[in-house]
Design a binder for this molecule. Structure first.
Ligand code: ZN
Length: 121
């Protein structure tokens, strides 16, 4: 399941680009093979232009591996660097994504960025 994390700054999809959504679905499928759900922790929210890579333009997304629990139970979130297979998941995510996508293992989450202007030779 893909779901929106309940964070201090509410996650907003205002301005999200269509090109960002397909990679998010792919990332979800990859996480499912490791037994996790995908919790979106940031899209365009909380990022000013020049900060947060391509987030302000709708081409960025942060997410964490998670276990979804319907309310009133709390969902469980995992910092990827705390997971024994955090780097293995990163490599699997990268292998499944488009060439225009950058996937970075950050301290508390995975950062996904889509650069549609990227040139390939
Ligand atoms: Zn990010």
């Amino acid at each position: 399941m893909i779901f929106v994390a309940r964070t201090k700054i509410p996650v907003s999809l205002a301005g999200i680009q269509a090109a960002t959504t397909v990679p998010m679905i792919i990332c979800h499928s990859v996480l499912q093979t490791f037994g996790y759900d995908l919790a979106i922790t940031s899209i365009t929210d909380g990022h000013k232009q020049g900060v947060g890579g391509l987030h302000p333009w709708g081409f960025g997304c942060d997410f964490q591996p998670a276990k979804w629990h319907a309310p009133p139970l709390d969902s469980v979130y995992f910092h990827p660097r705390d997971l024994a297979d955090g780097k293995k998941i990163r490599d699997a995510l990268k292998a499944a994504l488009f060439l225009e996508c950058d996937l970075v293992l950050e301290r508390t989450h995975y950062h996904l960025e889509v650069d549609v202007k990227k040139k390939f030779s």
